[in-house]
Design a protein around this ligand. Structure first.
Ligand code: PMP
Length: 465
């Protein structure tokens, strides 16, 4: 043992690392050539069959070389991710719904009225008694550092709510109170995904799921659904994607942006597929109370790798309070709570006190849900008059109609609509590869909704000629 030996081993490691990098550079160049060829032949950049074949081969190579198979697969995922980036040309317009929202705000700043059919926020606000509890709690000592998972009485109240609402018993230790549903989605990703892992997202989808998968340096496997299939994932597509052994699957019913919900049998089928592949199933159920058929929770299937996301933003209109929650196995909840405590310590106690008041109010969610249903029915009636192609929502607060044929650019349409007629809508491209669609939100007062919709429909009729 000598310093010389240390030096020599370091040198050798350096050489091997250089060799790996040279090989990666070569792999990238090959991917580029392959991409050009695929594009000339009209082939898609992503070919899951070819990937599956490569994965099987790599598993064998890893075994032959005494390498941990999981480590080998994660390295392979990183390489594939890079190759896909090289091969996939930016297909859709770069304008997002956030650009539309920002531009709408600018226009408003100059004093003009804009009809906000693009927002993902209900206009109701929190009930007065919830606001009163918030200020009372802040003034009466509920303003100190607290437990990372949240106040036990809030978690108990959520536990009771779930028992009554969906007939499932969870332990308060499985519940983590989070600063909004958005943060709960982040925690679900952070607690389950590692670099090189894969996460499945069913498109069209709320953009955050893909964003958090990418934040974890994991790879998104997109499962495309169509209006023709009622936005339901096809069994063969689910199987094809799950064959890639993703670690986490994100689902969201009632859905943003399509408004569809799953029937109990469809939900248990999805859960069973996740169970068969031993994948985490993250079910975003923030629209639970905006559900116009019987609500089905993924929790009802009893699969222990299920992670539920929920929020006070929709059920009680508490968007600015920033409070939601996550439910998972004890192990995942502990992991999520640790991350939450490192980042924000806990959700402010006075907000949690207001949430306790909210949970015990079962009338407000019913009222809010009813209002959204009525508004959606009104929008659907208008869309029917012009023969629009869409699936009638049975939940949520959006409609996702097809407004153009192949080659249509809904992002450009949305921008023009805003500039010309002061109506803001979210382009379909924000939710996946859907340039022929727009999302109409009903999170605004009836009068403005009616007027905004009328202007939108006039524009649609003009654009059709
Ligand atoms: N999930 C979905 C599907 C949503 O549409 C939203 C809000 N747009 C959220 C979660 C998050 O809501 P919040 O962070 O306000 O709880």
């Amino acid at each position: 043992m000598s310093m010389d030996e240390v030096k020599s081993l370091r040198n050798e490691i350096r050489e091997v690392t250089e060799e790996i990098l040279r090989a990666i550079a070569k792999r990238n160049r090959l991917a580029e050539r392959l991409g050009q060829l695929k594009s000339a032949l009209g082939m898609e950049a992503v070919d899951l069959e070819a990937e599956a074949e490569l994965r099987t081969h790599i598993a064998k190579t890893a075994q032959e070389n005494g390498l941990d198979p999981e480590q080998a697969q994660r390295i392979l995922s990183l390489l594939i991710q890079e190759a896909v980036k090289i091969q996939q040309p930016q297909k859709t317009s770069r304008i997002t719904h956030m650009d539309i929202f920002r531009r709408a705000k600018q226009i408003e700043m100059s004093g003009e009225k804009v009809y906000h059919l693009e927002v993902g926020e209900p206009d109701f606000g929190a009930p007065t008694h919830v606001g009163e509890t918030l200020s009372w709690a802040a003034l009466n000592g509920y303003a100190a550092y607290g437990e990372a998972k949240g106040r036990p009485e809030l978690r108990n109240a959520i536990k009771e709510l779930l028992r009554e609402r969906i007939g499932v018993d969870v332990s308060p230790e499985q519940i983590v109170v989070t600063p909004g549903g958005r943060f709960a989605v982040y925690l679900a990703a952070a607690a389950t995904l590692r670099p090189g892992d894969q996460g499945v997202v069913i498109d069209p989808s709320w953009p955050l799921y893909k964003q958090v998968v990418e934040m974890m340096h994991s790879r998104t496997l997109k499962l495309h659904t169509t209006v023709e299939d009622g936005w339901r994932p096809r069994r063969e597509d689910i199987e094809r994607v799950l064959k890639q052994k993703p670690r986490t699957i994100f689902i969201n019913y009632p859905n943003n942006p399509t408004g569809i919900t799953l029937k109990p049998a469809e939900m248990s089928e999805l859960v069973e597929e996740a169970r068969r592949r031993d994948a985490y199933l993250v079910s975003d159920e923030v629209y639970m109370d905006y559900c116009f058929t019987e609500f089905t929770s993924a929790l009802q299937s009893g699969y222990e790798k299920t992670i539920i996301i929920n929020s006070f933003s929709k059920s009680w209109g508490m968007t600015g309070y920033r409070i939601g929650y996550l439910i998972a196995s004890r192990e995942v909840a502990d992991r999520a709570a640790r991350i939450l405590s490192q980042l924000v310590t806990c959700v402010p106690e006075f907000i949690q006190m207001a949430a306790i008041k909210a949970v015990r109010d079962s009338e407000t969610p019913k009222q809010y849900g009813d209002t959204m249903r009525r508004r959606l029915e009104m929008v659907c009636k208008e869309l029917d008059k012009i023969g629009s192609n869409y699936v009638k929502p049975d939940g949520g607060m959006y409609v996702f109609p097809k407004i153009g044929d192949k080659g249509f650019d809904s992002a450009q349409f949305s921008l023009n609509l805003l500039e010309r007629s002061r109506v803001a809508v979210a382009p379909g491209t924000a939710f996946g590869d859907y340039p022929e669609y727009i999302r109409i939100s009903v999170g605004l007062g009836e009068e403005d909704l009616r007027r905004g919709l009328q202007i939108l429909i006039e524009n649609l009729q003009q654009s059709r000629g």
